[in-house]
Design a binder for this molecule. Sequence first.
Ligand code: PGA
Length: 252
Amino acid sequence: MENRRPLIAGNWKMFKTCPEAVETAKQLAQLVDKNTVDVMIAPQFTALVPVSDVIKGSCILLGAQNLFYESEGAYTGEISPSMLVSAGCRYVIIGHSERRQYFGENDGTVNKKIRAAIKNDLIPILCVGESEKERESKETFNVLDRQITIGLKGFSLDDLDTLVVAYEPIWAIGTGKTATKEQAQEVHQFIRSIIEKIFGNNLAKSIRILYGGSVKPDNIKELMKMPDVDGALVGGASLDAQTFSKITNFQG
Ligand code: PGA
Protein backbone atom coordinates (compact mmCIF):
# COMPACT_ATOMS: atom_id res chain seq x y z
CA MET A 1 0.00 0.00 0.00
CA GLU A 2 2.97 2.33 -0.59
CA ASN A 3 3.10 4.88 2.22
CA ARG A 4 -0.52 5.84 2.16
CA ARG A 5 -2.00 6.29 5.62
CA PRO A 6 -5.32 4.47 5.90
CA LEU A 7 -8.46 6.55 6.37
CA ILE A 8 -11.62 5.11 7.90
CA ALA A 9 -14.51 7.52 7.47
CA GLY A 10 -18.00 7.24 8.98
CA ASN A 11 -20.92 8.76 7.10
CA TRP A 12 -23.82 9.10 9.54
CA LYS A 13 -26.18 10.27 6.78
CA MET A 14 -29.55 11.56 8.09
CA PHE A 15 -29.37 9.67 11.36
CA LYS A 16 -29.00 10.83 14.99
CA THR A 17 -30.32 13.92 16.74
CA CYS A 18 -27.72 16.21 18.34
CA PRO A 19 -27.71 14.44 21.73
CA GLU A 20 -27.50 11.05 20.03
CA ALA A 21 -24.63 12.18 17.83
CA VAL A 22 -22.76 13.63 20.81
CA GLU A 23 -23.21 10.43 22.79
CA THR A 24 -21.88 8.25 19.96
CA ALA A 25 -18.95 10.60 19.38
CA LYS A 26 -18.08 10.50 23.10
CA GLN A 27 -18.03 6.71 23.08
CA LEU A 28 -15.97 6.64 19.91
CA ALA A 29 -13.37 9.02 21.28
CA GLN A 30 -12.77 6.46 24.06
CA LEU A 31 -12.66 3.47 21.76
CA VAL A 32 -10.64 4.56 18.75
CA ASP A 33 -6.94 3.74 18.96
CA LYS A 34 -4.52 6.54 18.31
CA ASN A 35 -2.02 7.03 15.54
CA THR A 36 -2.48 3.99 13.38
CA VAL A 37 -5.08 5.26 10.90
CA ASP A 38 -6.91 8.51 10.19
CA VAL A 39 -10.48 8.43 11.45
CA MET A 40 -13.26 10.79 10.38
CA ILE A 41 -16.94 11.03 11.24
CA ALA A 42 -19.51 13.03 9.31
CA PRO A 43 -22.65 13.74 11.36
CA GLN A 44 -25.60 15.77 10.09
CA PHE A 45 -25.12 19.55 9.98
CA THR A 46 -26.78 20.54 13.28
CA ALA A 47 -24.57 18.10 15.18
CA LEU A 48 -21.26 19.34 13.74
CA VAL A 49 -20.47 21.93 16.42
CA PRO A 50 -21.36 19.85 19.49
CA VAL A 51 -19.61 16.78 18.05
CA SER A 52 -16.56 18.89 17.25
CA ASP A 53 -16.35 19.88 20.94
CA VAL A 54 -16.60 16.28 22.08
CA ILE A 55 -13.87 14.90 19.80
CA LYS A 56 -11.40 17.72 20.44
CA GLY A 57 -8.14 16.21 21.67
CA SER A 58 -9.01 12.75 20.34
CA CYS A 59 -7.64 11.38 17.08
CA ILE A 60 -11.03 11.63 15.36
CA LEU A 61 -11.51 14.35 12.77
CA LEU A 62 -14.77 15.93 11.70
CA GLY A 63 -16.29 15.88 8.23
CA ALA A 64 -19.43 17.15 6.54
CA GLN A 65 -21.64 15.17 4.18
CA ASN A 66 -22.07 17.92 1.62
CA LEU A 67 -21.50 21.63 0.92
CA PHE A 68 -22.59 24.29 -1.52
CA TYR A 69 -19.95 25.80 -3.79
CA GLU A 70 -20.81 29.48 -3.31
CA SER A 71 -19.14 31.26 -0.42
CA GLU A 72 -22.31 33.03 0.79
CA GLY A 73 -25.55 34.49 -0.49
CA ALA A 74 -29.26 33.97 -0.96
CA TYR A 75 -29.20 30.17 -1.21
CA THR A 76 -31.88 29.04 1.21
CA GLY A 77 -31.09 25.75 2.87
CA GLU A 78 -27.47 25.52 1.77
CA ILE A 79 -24.19 25.62 3.68
CA SER A 80 -20.87 27.11 2.58
CA PRO A 81 -17.34 25.72 2.89
CA SER A 82 -16.25 28.42 5.35
CA MET A 83 -19.27 27.66 7.55
CA LEU A 84 -18.14 24.04 7.70
CA VAL A 85 -14.59 25.07 8.54
CA SER A 86 -15.87 27.34 11.33
CA ALA A 87 -17.88 24.39 12.69
CA GLY A 88 -14.66 22.37 12.98
CA CYS A 89 -14.73 20.33 9.77
CA ARG A 90 -11.57 19.10 8.15
CA TYR A 91 -13.14 16.81 5.53
CA VAL A 92 -16.17 16.99 3.25
CA ILE A 93 -17.86 14.16 1.35
CA ILE A 94 -18.72 15.23 -2.19
CA GLY A 95 -20.94 13.60 -4.80
CA HIS A 96 -22.23 10.74 -2.67
CA SER A 97 -24.54 8.56 -4.79
CA GLU A 98 -27.51 9.56 -2.60
CA ARG A 99 -26.82 13.22 -3.46
CA ARG A 100 -26.62 12.30 -7.13
CA GLN A 101 -29.77 10.16 -6.97
CA TYR A 102 -32.10 12.31 -4.85
CA PHE A 103 -30.74 15.86 -5.11
CA GLY A 104 -29.77 16.25 -8.74
CA GLU A 105 -26.00 16.38 -8.30
CA ASN A 106 -23.97 15.61 -11.37
CA ASP A 107 -20.32 15.55 -12.36
CA GLY A 108 -20.41 19.29 -13.10
CA THR A 109 -21.72 20.32 -9.67
CA VAL A 110 -19.35 17.84 -8.07
CA ASN A 111 -16.46 19.59 -9.85
CA LYS A 112 -17.55 22.99 -8.47
CA LYS A 113 -17.93 21.58 -4.98
CA ILE A 114 -14.45 20.06 -5.02
CA ARG A 115 -13.03 23.41 -6.12
CA ALA A 116 -14.86 25.20 -3.29
CA ALA A 117 -13.65 22.65 -0.73
CA ILE A 118 -10.01 22.93 -1.79
CA LYS A 119 -10.15 26.73 -1.78
CA ASN A 120 -11.19 26.55 1.85
CA ASP A 121 -8.63 23.91 2.86
CA LEU A 122 -11.23 21.22 3.33
CA ILE A 123 -10.16 17.72 2.28
CA PRO A 124 -12.63 16.53 -0.36
CA ILE A 125 -13.73 12.90 -0.50
CA LEU A 126 -14.97 12.45 -4.06
CA CYS A 127 -17.49 9.60 -4.26
CA VAL A 128 -17.81 7.62 -7.46
CA GLY A 129 -19.46 4.33 -8.33
CA GLU A 130 -21.64 2.48 -10.78
CA SER A 131 -25.21 1.20 -10.46
CA GLU A 132 -26.12 -2.47 -10.66
CA LYS A 133 -27.45 -1.98 -14.20
CA GLU A 134 -24.23 -0.29 -15.28
CA ARG A 135 -22.16 -3.12 -13.84
CA GLU A 136 -24.29 -5.73 -15.55
CA SER A 137 -23.95 -3.97 -18.89
CA LYS A 138 -20.17 -3.74 -18.39
CA GLU A 139 -20.24 0.04 -18.13
CA THR A 140 -18.40 0.24 -14.79
CA PHE A 141 -15.10 1.54 -16.14
CA ASN A 142 -16.77 4.03 -18.51
CA VAL A 143 -18.90 5.44 -15.69
CA LEU A 144 -15.93 5.82 -13.38
CA ASP A 145 -13.80 7.35 -16.09
CA ARG A 146 -16.50 9.95 -16.72
CA GLN A 147 -17.12 10.70 -13.03
CA ILE A 148 -13.42 11.21 -12.35
CA THR A 149 -12.48 13.01 -15.54
CA ILE A 150 -15.30 15.56 -15.27
CA GLY A 151 -15.24 15.71 -11.48
CA LEU A 152 -11.56 16.67 -11.53
CA LYS A 153 -11.52 18.71 -14.74
CA GLY A 154 -9.42 21.86 -14.65
CA PHE A 155 -7.50 21.13 -11.46
CA SER A 156 -3.75 21.40 -11.14
CA LEU A 157 -1.62 18.84 -9.41
CA ASP A 158 -1.14 21.16 -6.42
CA ASP A 159 -4.90 21.50 -5.98
CA LEU A 160 -5.31 17.79 -5.46
CA ASP A 161 -2.61 16.85 -2.99
CA THR A 162 -5.14 16.10 -0.23
CA LEU A 163 -7.92 14.68 -2.42
CA VAL A 164 -9.43 11.35 -1.40
CA VAL A 165 -11.51 9.23 -3.78
CA ALA A 166 -14.16 6.82 -2.48
CA TYR A 167 -15.29 3.98 -4.71
CA GLU A 168 -18.85 3.15 -3.71
CA PRO A 169 -20.66 0.75 -6.02
CA ILE A 170 -24.30 1.79 -5.67
CA TRP A 171 -25.45 -1.84 -5.59
CA ALA A 172 -23.39 -2.39 -2.43
CA ILE A 173 -24.58 0.63 -0.43
CA GLY A 174 -26.86 -0.31 2.45
CA THR A 175 -27.68 -3.62 0.79
CA GLY A 176 -25.41 -5.97 2.68
CA LYS A 177 -23.81 -6.91 -0.67
CA THR A 178 -20.15 -6.00 -0.43
CA ALA A 179 -17.99 -5.98 -3.50
CA THR A 180 -15.55 -8.84 -3.19
CA LYS A 181 -12.03 -7.78 -2.34
CA GLU A 182 -11.03 -8.69 -5.89
CA GLN A 183 -13.80 -6.54 -7.38
CA ALA A 184 -12.77 -3.63 -5.16
CA GLN A 185 -9.09 -4.06 -6.05
CA GLU A 186 -9.84 -4.20 -9.78
CA VAL A 187 -11.76 -0.92 -9.69
CA HIS A 188 -9.34 0.83 -7.31
CA GLN A 189 -6.48 -0.06 -9.61
CA PHE A 190 -8.46 1.32 -12.55
CA ILE A 191 -9.17 4.58 -10.65
CA ARG A 192 -5.47 4.92 -9.88
CA SER A 193 -4.68 4.42 -13.55
CA ILE A 194 -7.06 7.21 -14.58
CA ILE A 195 -5.47 9.53 -12.02
CA GLU A 196 -2.08 8.59 -13.42
CA LYS A 197 -3.21 9.26 -16.97
CA ILE A 198 -4.51 12.74 -16.10
CA PHE A 199 -2.20 13.87 -13.30
CA GLY A 200 0.85 11.63 -13.44
CA ASN A 201 2.49 8.99 -11.37
CA ASN A 202 3.17 10.95 -8.17
CA LEU A 203 -0.45 11.76 -7.46
CA ALA A 204 -1.53 8.28 -8.56
CA LYS A 205 0.84 6.80 -5.99
CA SER A 206 -0.07 9.10 -3.12
CA ILE A 207 -3.85 9.46 -3.52
CA ARG A 208 -5.97 7.53 -1.05
CA ILE A 209 -8.79 5.46 -2.52
CA LEU A 210 -11.44 4.26 -0.06
CA TYR A 211 -13.93 1.48 -0.58
CA GLY A 212 -17.55 2.01 0.52
CA GLY A 213 -20.58 -0.26 0.46
CA SER A 214 -21.62 -2.54 3.34
CA VAL A 215 -18.23 -2.40 5.07
CA LYS A 216 -18.45 -4.23 8.42
CA PRO A 217 -16.04 -5.40 11.13
CA ASP A 218 -15.95 -8.83 9.51
CA ASN A 219 -14.95 -7.74 6.00
CA ILE A 220 -12.66 -4.75 6.64
CA LYS A 221 -9.50 -6.80 7.21
CA GLU A 222 -9.79 -8.62 3.90
CA LEU A 223 -10.53 -5.43 1.98
CA MET A 224 -7.59 -3.64 3.58
CA LYS A 225 -5.21 -6.37 2.43
CA MET A 226 -5.71 -5.32 -1.17
CA PRO A 227 -2.85 -3.16 -2.45
CA ASP A 228 -5.02 -0.33 -3.81
CA VAL A 229 -7.56 -0.15 -0.97
CA ASP A 230 -6.49 2.62 1.40
CA GLY A 231 -9.45 2.75 3.74
CA ALA A 232 -13.22 2.73 3.91
CA LEU A 233 -16.24 4.99 3.80
CA VAL A 234 -18.70 3.37 6.16
CA GLY A 235 -22.42 4.10 6.42
CA GLY A 236 -24.63 1.82 8.50
CA ALA A 237 -21.81 0.23 10.48
CA SER A 238 -20.47 3.64 11.56
CA LEU A 239 -23.60 4.50 13.57
CA ASP A 240 -22.72 2.33 16.53
CA ALA A 241 -19.51 3.26 18.38
CA GLN A 242 -18.53 -0.31 19.26
CA THR A 243 -19.03 -1.56 15.73
CA PHE A 244 -17.31 1.39 14.07
CA SER A 245 -14.33 1.19 16.43
CA LYS A 246 -13.87 -2.47 15.45
CA ILE A 247 -13.54 -1.21 11.87
CA THR A 248 -11.18 1.66 12.70
CA ASN A 249 -9.06 -0.71 14.83
CA PHE A 250 -8.83 -3.30 12.05
CA GLN A 251 -5.08 -3.58 12.42
CA GLY A 252 -5.18 -4.55 16.07
P1 PGA B 1 -23.20 1.47 3.89
O1 PGA B 1 -23.09 2.94 3.23
O2 PGA B 1 -21.92 1.23 4.62
O3 PGA B 1 -24.39 1.56 4.81
O4 PGA B 1 -23.40 0.50 2.76
C1 PGA B 1 -21.90 3.37 2.65
C2 PGA B 1 -22.04 4.80 2.18
O5 PGA B 1 -23.11 5.16 1.66
O6 PGA B 1 -21.10 5.60 2.33
